[in-house]
Design a protein around this ligand. Structure first.
Ligand SMILES: [Zn+2]
Ligand SMILES: [Zn+2]
Length: 344
């Protein structure tokens, strides 16, 4: 079968790789009908996240189940399904608490040996462990483009908002308007935020945030602090979501948030950085961090996608063929696309 494989920094290739086979009884095989290219794939592409040469990448997918092991009961052959970007055992200390994203045996699709050696979803077929927990049926009438957001990007935006305990009428600031930031904008409004201040520097992204209902503010040409203050009688945002993953964004998030508010560091941090603990402490901020618990959130997210209160379809800017993946990564790397959907 055809699959997008990592070859070295800046190089992916569409290769013929062995077809997956069922191993243990909890697994399923999915014929992938659409897969997404994600910002975390770009970390692999650039060699910042190390994976083996020849490993298949991708972790956002929609398709049809073609085989299931004996122990799989929630999905069956012929079901149209979507999946989460990661798997969990469902039984360890963390899974029993519902912290599936911190499962002791958790694995991530398309991220090489360090994250569990699960071959990726930018391929014609995908082997899915613990299928009852990882897969969901796609609700009737939902497009591939929308469904493949449920198991990663929208799940992450929704997680950020839920973790911040956004109350009806609250003011939320979102820093960074890539797909996760834009999903957070939508999720905040869907959960009842009274106002969302969306900050970025890319005009197209600001425009899309505006169309989604946010007050879009250019990071350097306008004044995010003034925009937030104007909406909150000078208090600051009830919650700020840093969807960038950069010390400057985290610092701004701490400054934009009101006393006793919440900052969610949703962007990826992997190194030691400086946080102005004085601001965090004096303002009594709550800091939320870490991967999104997409397995926990996938059902409520699907409900909202099915109802149309969340709709990521405007974020899909490109449809390309799996065979053109090298070009797709090139386009994505040049930041000319928000979300690229690959089809076989
Ligand atoms: Zn992703
Ligand atoms: Zn577990």
């Amino acid at each position: 079968m055809r699959a997008v494989t990592f070859q070295g920094p800046g190089e992916v290739r569409v290769d013929d790789v062995p077809e997956p086979e069922l191993g243990s009884s909890d697994e399923a095989i999915v014929r992938v009908e659409a897969s997404g290219v994600c910002g975390s794939d770009l970390h692999i592409y650039h060699g910042r996240v190390a994976i083996e040469q020849g490993f298949t990448i991708g972790h956002e997918y929609v398709g049809t189940v073609t085989a299931v092991g004996d122990a799989v009961s929630r999905v069956a052959v012929g079901d149209r399904v979507l999946g989460t970007y990661c798997t969990a055992c469902g039984e360890c200390f963390f899974c029993r608490r519902g912290d599936f994203h911190k499962c002791d045996a958790g694995r991530v699709f398309g991220h090489g040996a360090t994250l569990g050696s699960l071959q990726g979803a930018q391929a014609e077929q995908l082997l899915v462990p613990n299928a009852d927990l990882t897969l969901r049926r796609v609700p009737e009438g939902m497009s591939d483009d929308v469904a493949l957001f449920a198991g990663d990007v929208m799940g992450t935006g929704y997680h950020a908002v839920v973790e911040c305990e956004v109350e009806p009428g609250a003011t939320v600031a979102v820093l960074g308007l890539g797909p996760v930031g834009l999903c957070a904008v939508q999720a905040a409004l869907a959960e009842g935020a009274g106002g969302v201040v969306a900050v970025d520097t890319v005009p197209e992204r600001l425009e899309l945030a505006r169309e989604l209902g946010a007050e879009a503010v250019h990071l350097t040409e306008e004044d995010p602090r003034a925009a937030v203050k104007a909406l909150t009688e000078g208090r600051g945002a009830d919650a700020t979501i840093d969807a960038v993953g950069h010390p400057d964004a985290l610092e701004l998030a701490c400054r934009l948030t009101r006393k006793a508010g919440t900052v969610s560091a949703t962007g990826v941090y992997a190194e030691r950085i400086e946080v102005h603990m004085g601001i965090v402490w004096i303002k009594a901020l709550t800091l939320k961090t870490g991967h999104a618990n997409v397995i926990k959130h996938v059902d409520p997210v699907l409900e909202r996608l099915a109802a149309g209160t969340l709709d990521p379809s405007p974020m899909v800017t490109h449809h390309m063929k799996l065979d053109d993946a090298a070009e797709a990564y090139d386009v994505y790397d040049r930041r000319e696309a928000l979300k690229i959907v690959l089809t076989p």
